[in-house]
Design a protein around this ligand. Structure first.
Ligand code: GDP
Length: 441
């Protein structure tokens, strides 16, 4: 899978073999090739544009780690950004507390909808659910029969009705599911070769009358941007809860996998990797990015080197702190370190005593606050970061406009920082005993 993309990216990375620092100039050719590789893999044009902007900014801004070669570091940056593109993993199905949970699968004909209904039913049955499959695809003559065969293989009930209409089939299925004590209902709806109004009207009717709890769009990853365009059309009509990418085992080009999340905003939930019913996996962006690049070893080398650099940086920071030195550069570094360690809320939830606070912080956007602080510090010059007292009214305005905040936010931050720096200075003058006493109150 992703063979062509992988080959093209491999060629592009070789262009980054420069001696010395990566600069915008010497990266130009390599970056152009990464861009072409993505476009040829049928990734959405706008998505590619944003992706390249982020990769370039990160690469130029990154301090090169001596232990790894520049092109290896580029591989890692591209790897991380691919993960970002595909969105976070959330391969879950929400279940209703009362009554059966109704899941509706939709998609174009041939996308793998009927097969995926079976795969999903199998996965949920293995998790202890009691699914019922519902044959609401009355368009494709063989679909009902196909679903019955799948149900037979899985030993799960399949509901169908002759001479009926899709809404009635689904409504009657709900009654039957209750009677048979099934707690999960999977609707296999009709598809067409192309998006058309009649199909959408039928699906909207089902959504209105049957009120499925979640709607998943089954997306053929081999069809690249076409798949993304139909995902968009379905999402407009139905408000999708998730995307299931199929045929990732074939010669999927990457376009659908890499664009669908950014273009539609709908998360990828599961991926199909074969015709068999056990070939459905939870969506795992790291694994997929690894498969696209095929350079897992390089990524882990850079990660390890990065950790070593981080440890060194932390030691340097501690030394500065011990000497009572603490400026906005240090403060920014601390924030960057903290962000690397995970989300703030996640961090707080791991520390006893603070976990309660993290719950109480429900309404406060801690991540956003940190981003804001970092934005302000980033808009200062290095000199201003070490000597915030130099920031006058005019500079305060410039910094605020650079960071997209009010000038009063800049002074607020400097004030907070001054208070913190004073504590650091006074702590550095205390004996170890006094420090402990001060910290434990
Ligand atoms: P529907 O028209 O959307 O219901 O599509 P089907 O479920 O009938 O699937 C169409 C074809 O795609 C069938 O031949 C399936 O075996 C095949 N298919 C479905 N999912 C996958 C997958 O993940 N990988 C591969 N290689 N084939 C798949």
């Amino acid at each position: 899978m992703f063979d062509d993309l992988q080959k093209r990216l491999g060629t592009a990375f070789r262009r980054f073999r420069v001696s010395g620092l990566l600069t915008e100039a010497n990266m130009k050719e390599g970056l152009r090739e990464v861009r072409t590789a993505l476009l040829e893999a049928d990734v959405n044009f706008k998505v590619v544009q944003k992706f390249m902007d982020r990769v370039t900014a990160k690469a130029v801004g990154t301090q090169l780690i001596k232990a790894v070669r520049p092109e290896q570091q580029i591989v890692k940056i591209v790897h991380d950004e691919l993960i970002e593109l595909m969105g976070e993993a959330d391969p879950t199905v929400r279940f209703e507390k009362a009554g059966p949970t109704v899941l509706m699968l939709c998609g174009l004909q041939g996308s793998g909808k009927t097969t995926t209904c079976g795969k999903l039913a199998r996965m949920l049955a293995n998790q202890g659910r009691r699914p019922m499959l519902v044959a609401a695809d009355l368009q494709r003559p063989a679909a009902v029969e196909q679903l019955k065969v799948i149900g037979g293989q899985l030993n799960l009930p399949v509901f169908s009705e002759a001479n009926s209409n899709p809404v009635k089939v689904c409504q009657d299925a709900l009654v039957e599911a209750n009677r048979q004590n099934c707690d999960t209902i999977i609707l296999d709806t009709a598809g067409r070769l192309h998006v058309d109004d009649e199909l959408m009207a039928e699906l909207v009717q089902i959504e209105k009358k049957v009120k499925p709890h979640q709607v998943f769009f089954v997306c053929d990853a081999m069809t690249g941007q076409d798949a993304v365009a139909s995902a968009e059309a379905f999402n407009k009509a139905l408000e999708l809860d998730g995307v299931i990418l199929t045929k990732l085992d074939g010669d999927a080009r990457g376009g659908a996998a890499l664009s669908v999340r950014k273009v539609t905003g709908v998360p990828i939930k599961f991926v199909g990797k074969g015709e068999k019913l056990d070939q459905l996996d939870p969506f795992a962006p790291e694994r997929l990015a690894g498969q696209i690049l095929g350079m897992g070893d390089i990524v882990s080398v850079v990660e390890r080197a990065q950790q070593a650099v981080d440890a060194e940086e932390a030691r340097r920071q501690q030394e500065r702190l011990a000497k009572g030195k603490f400026d906005l550069n240090d403060f920014r570094q601390q924030i960057v370190q903290m962000k690397k360690m995970g989300s703030v809320r996640e961090l707080m939830s791991m520390i006893p005593g603070l976990n309660q606070l993290s719950g109480e912080m429900g309404g406060i956007d801690a991540e956003g606050e940190i981003k804001r602080i970092q934005g302000i510090i980033d808009s200062m010059t290095p000199l201003e970061r070490s000597r915030p007292d130099l920031i006058d009214m005019a500079r305060r305005r410039r910094i605020a406009s650079g960071a997209g905040v009010d000038p009063s936010d800049v002074s607020g931050l400097v004030k907070q920082f001054d208070a913190m720096a004073a504590i650091v200075r006074s702590m550095s003058q205390m004996s170890m005993f006094d420090k402990l006493k001060a910290l434990t109150g």
